[in-house]
Design a protein around this ligand. Structure first.
Ligand code: ZN
Length: 261
């Protein structure tokens, strides 16, 4: 089974900043997709903010097993209706991976229900990522740790809910630390946040980073059929209760009523 993976790119700094254009001549999303496509188990395509519906049509989401999201400068331009569509897909079982500055993207904040804030510094510091969950599939093929010579610092406290698992913790030259690989379950969907990826550094050309993202795609993939309506809240009639009951007491709702939202 080939995992259909869509890489969502904001596609702004690649065209506005000379350094970013030089580091990522294929764009960041293009670089990530190219690396993923070297894995025979993954078929990656790209969409961008500038596409109609930001590339996130119902059709595209229906044929996406795992979505990867990178954004930074234009989070606010993402339409709220598209954010809801993406979150519905996650709740229905689509896997999703948020990279680096996508910690402030609308879909991540919606799924986390938290500020998702952090401390940061752009000083080209060395980052060492330590594997904190031994034998975790997302860390497969990675040693005890690996380094990125130039990265932006992200520091704690990271304003996210406590994760299911912490797969990586980062140390930075300046002394800060950060929980840099976190797993969550939201509805039926698997969610992974992975920290590295500042656009002025060649992070997405790094073999370890590419490996972690490919591992994360396989981890996030849920082969079960997508839930048709993950927001359904059915009113179950008395005669459909698993155990026989007799209705009693006063009622607010009438029989068959959909209920309040
Ligand atoms: Zn950054």
């Amino acid at each position: 089974m080939v995992i259909r993976t869509t890489v969502w790119g904001e596609n702004v700094h690649e065209h506005k900043n000379k350094t970013v254009a030089e580091v990522y001549p294929l764009t960041m999303h293009g670089t990530i997709a190219e690396a993923l496509n070297r894995d025979p188990g993954i078929a990656a395509t790209t969409v961008t903010l500038q596409d109609p519906d930001h590339g996130m049509t119902a059709e595209k989401l229906a044929e996406t097993d795992v979505l990867i999201w990178w954004g930074h400068a234009a989070h606010v331009q993402v339409q709220d209706a598209v954010v809801e569509r993406v979150c519905d897909a996650v709740w229905g079982g689509m896997g999703i991976i948020f990279l680096h500055s996508a910690h402030f993207s609308k879909p991540f904040k919606r799924l986390m229900g938290a500020p998702c804030n952090l401390t940061w510094r752009e000083a080209g510091e060395r980052e060492r990522l330590w594997v904190t969950s031994r034998n975790h599939p997302i860390a497969a093929g990675i040693g005890d740790s690996f380094t990125l010579e130039h990265e932006e610092m992200y520091g704690e406290p990271f304003g996210v809910p406590e994760p299911l698992e912490t797969v990586f913790v980062s140390w930075f030259q300046g002394g800060e630390v950060f929980r840099s690989g976190l797993t969550y379950k939201r509805g039926a969907g698997n969610v992974f946040y992975f920290r590295p990826g500042h656009e002025t550094y060649p992070t997405y050309h790094d073999a370890n980073v590419q490996r972690v993202i490919a591992n994360a795609v396989k981890w996030a993939h849920n082969p079960a059929a997508r839930l048709a309506d993950p927001n359904a809240a059915p009113n179950v009639p008395v005669d459909k209760a698993p155990e026989k009951i007799t209705e009693r007491g006063p009622k607010l709702h009438s029989h068959g009523e959909e209920g309040l939202r």
